[in-house]
Write a protein that binds this ligand. Structure first.
Ligand code: VAH
Length: 316
């Protein structure tokens, strides 16, 4: 069985749904510290409370549910982390330590996502290499570098089957993003579908960022989780799909919603966005385990708007 921590976040429910579709209705245990989010409920997965910084509780769930794979999503993301750095430090770092200790004790494969946030202002920003300078200046980024390095240490020193993908910003309609700096790429779609069809964006119009549609994200996550370990030349992989700015997105939305209006009020998230890459080199993932995103900006825009409109009409 596969355990997902932080399942109430943007990705947990969709990952659970995809895994159940692939491995059967009993395949997934979702966990979080609040009642299951609608996306977790609609996934149909089992659900249990878990504070992932509590090693005894974590270990008990792994034993009682015969967990073979852990996907550790529990974390405070970049923007919310900067507003609560001590909480982010504790959850992101201690949660990662506990997850790796449990994976070591029980032999579970463990996937811990990293992020473009694991890079910083001194990292080459275009086509950022898999191995390069990583000096992020957000507590979220620091915690993700820690997760990458600690995971690779547990793999080398204890043989833990640790696997990691650096996610770009993820775009989805089934669940809202959870306090990140890339959230504008989700909010704009929902705003476009409101009667006034207007959005005030918190980064500048020319702020180009690595972004990805959630179906590509979920497929890449599962493909790496299931990849033949002998094919892995490394344990931490960049995933690249698209790079676009709010201005690019507004133009793509207007091809479907001509009257969509966007204005800009950059806030503290602008500095975070400016410290991140614009695009990533993901050649290692493509070569080792066949990573290949499918969605263009046009395709994701059409799919997002169609699904949000259907959701609004009560058909989803
Ligand atoms: C954030 N969406 O903005 C998350 C992600 C790529 C960044 O980790 O913090």
């Amino acid at each position: 069985r596969i355990l997902i921590t932080g399942a109430n976040g943007q990705l947990g429910g969709e990952l659970a749904e995809a895994l159940r579709g692939r491995f059967g209705p009993d395949a997934v245990l979702c966990t979080d510290i609040r009642v299951p989010a609608p996306s977790v409920q609609s996934s149909g997965a089992y659900f249990r409370y878990l504070d992932c910084t509590n090693k005894d509780d974590f270990a008990r769930l792994v034993v009682e549910h015969r967990i073979t794979h852990i996907v550790h999503y529990a974390a405070l993301l970049s923007a919310i982390g900067e507003r609560n750095p001590k909480e982010a430090l504790h959850l992101n770092m201690r949660g990662t330590e506990v997850a790796l200790e449990v994976a070591q004790n029980y032999g579970s494969v463990i996937m811990i996502p990293s992020s473009i946030a694991a890079f910083g202002p001194t990292t080459p920003r275009m086509n950022t290499p898999n191995i390069t300078i990583q000096r992020p200046n957000t507590i979220y980024g620091v915690s993700k570098v820690y997760a990458e390095l600690l995971g690779e240490y547990y793999h080398k020193r204890f043989g833990v089957d640790f696997r990691c993908v650096r996610y770009p910003g993820i775009i989805s309609w089934k669940s809202a993003p959870g306090g990140g700096t890339t959230d504008w790429s989700n909010h704009a779609f929902f705003a476009a579908c409101e009667p006034q069809s207007a959005y005030t964006c918190f980064v500048r119009p020319d702020t180009k960022m690595p972004l990805m549609y959630v179906p590509d994200c979920i497929k890449g996550t599962i493909d790496l989780m299931l990849a033949d370990e002998k094919k892995l030349s490394c344990r931490t992989y960049n995933l690249n799909a698209l790079s676009f700015s709010p201005d690019d997105l507004a133009r793509a939305i207007r091809r479907h919603v001509p009257h969509f209006k966007i204005d800009y009020a950059p806030d503290m998230r602008q500095a975070i966005a400016d410290s991140w890459p614009v695009s990533l080199d993901d050649a290692d993932a493509r070569r080792d385990w066949g990573w290949q995103p499918q969605y263009s900006l046009e395709a994701l825009t059409a799919d997002m708007l169609q699904n949000i409109m259907a959701q609004r009409a009560g058909k989803k």
